[in-house]
Structure formats: structure tokens, C-alpha cells
Design a protein around this ligand. Sequence first.
Ligand code: AMP
Length: 289
Amino acid sequence: MRLVQTVKAMHELANHERRAGKSLALVPTMGALHRGHLALVEEAKKRADHVTVSIFVNPTQFGPNEDYSQYPRQLDADQSLLRELGGVDLLFAPTVQEFYPFGVANYLSWITVDRLDEHLCGRFRPGHFRGVTTVVSKLFNSCKPHLGVFGLKDAQQYLILQRMVSELSMDVSVVGSPTIREADGLALSSRNRYLSIEERRQSVVVSRAVSRARQMVEEGEQRVEAIVEAMLDILGEAPSAQVQYAEVVETETIQPIKTIQPGQEVLAAVAVFFGKTRLIDSSFSVSPI
Ligand code: AMP
């Protein structure tokens, strides 16, 4: 596995592989790698001849009061983990200076996907998805993959990126990979390390809430109000949980609905604070016909 830190070198290596007829996959991450990220790498290895993992803590997707400066950075440990796993060809880890040469505050060339960020995380993190779509576009332009692999845990991100590549006619597929969980259901996240022992114990309600929502939809519950109430009841069992949102939206528009139609696909999603740590989880489900 070779470490690549400039866009120019990345272009040359990607062009070389493409000329050799290889299919290229990219797994974008912000590092602090865990089994969830490694599952995306395994998916990429299955689907492509050549795998690049990127590690970049992207400043433009963090709000002014978010944890950009505290976000864990551990390039050496991540590199060892990927080497141990095997099958990763390139690790692309540009510096902030490399990706934002005029400075982050002077950055002008944004990619935006309208309306899909009005609910769920987008409602509470203004500018977040504009940062994500822009940096993923920069990563696609740098690494020239045929496919990018993304976690379904970040469901809104996945849906927005799918819409972006489709509407901007990008020659790259956005592939979703299932959420990897701890034994008690908690979705793996680089931020879980910030939970106290007690918060960690209580955090099981997050996955229980979205899995209950899926079960209710699949059993034919059509009233969104009843599903949201059930999610809030479960989250309410954790005294330390501060719910930011618990919503059910249709997947195409990411807008809330009141009644689920037979055969309709919906996304139930929650964001919950335990102290300063924000956890998200979600479940896709289809109502029976
Ligand atoms: P991050 O480094 O947190 O920005 O995540 C990089 C990629 O890994 C994103 O596509 C995430 O959706 C995905 N990811 C993070 N946690 C998990 C998980 N527990 N299971 C599956 N994918 C995940």
C-alpha cells in the first residue's frame, strides 16, 4: 500500500491504472478507522481491481461549533490497520493545504444538492452536506474511481451523493454498504470513544429505536406519528439521551410524510446527544403491499 499526498501524484497513479484496464474503487473516510470502515474496504475489494482509501478530515463539512479541531487524527495507526487488512493499493491522504490551496475561508467552488438537506442532519448542521458533496467531488476528481463505497449509517449522505452523481452525470457509482454494529447494536463510529461508561451503556437505545421503526413499517404500520412516538419512547428510556431529531422521511425527497403508502420505501433516522457526543443511526424499510 502506497501513501499518496498530492493530487498530482494521485492523478498520475489513477490514470496509469485506468490505462491498464483496471476498475478503480474509492473508500472515502476521515480516518480513526474501525471495523465499519474496514467493511467498506472489503466491499470495494469485491467490486474492483484496485482500491484506494482516502483519509481527510474535511474542514468545510464541520460547523463553527463542531468538533473539527478535536476530531481524532491517527494516520500512522490507520496506515498499519490497512496494511494488516491487506488488499488496499493506495492510501490518499492530502493535507488541508493541498485540497484548499487558497485557504478554507477563501474557498469558492462549491457543489450543492438542493432541498435534500432540509431535514434530518441537514436541518441541524447548516452547510454540512455542501462540504460533503464538495469534498467527495474533489476526491472523485482526484482518484478517478469507477465506484465509491459509502456507509448506509450516514443514510442522508448516501442519498445525497447518489443524487449528486446522477444529476451531475458523473461517471462513478455510489455504492452503499450496511452498518457495522457492536454486539449490543450500537453502530460503530469514530466518536463512540468519547462516551463515558454509563453513556455507552445507555446508548443502546439509539439502535433499538431505529430497528423498532423498521419492524413497525415492515409489519404494516402506516402512521408515521405512531412510529416516531415509539422511537421517542425507546430513546426516553436513557436518562442521558438528548434527542436532536427522530424522523421518518421518504427516501427520494428526504421530506417528512404523515402516512406511509403500501410499497413505499422510507428512512427512519435519529440523532441523539449523550453529553457532547452526537450519535446518529437510521434504518431503511419498505412498507408491505
Ligand atoms: P467517517 O470516517 O466517519 O466519515 O466515515 C467514512 C465512511 O465510513 C462513511 O461512508 C461512513 O458512512 C462509513 N461508516 C462509518 N461508520 C460505519 C459503520 N459503523 N458501518 C458502516 N459504515 C460506516
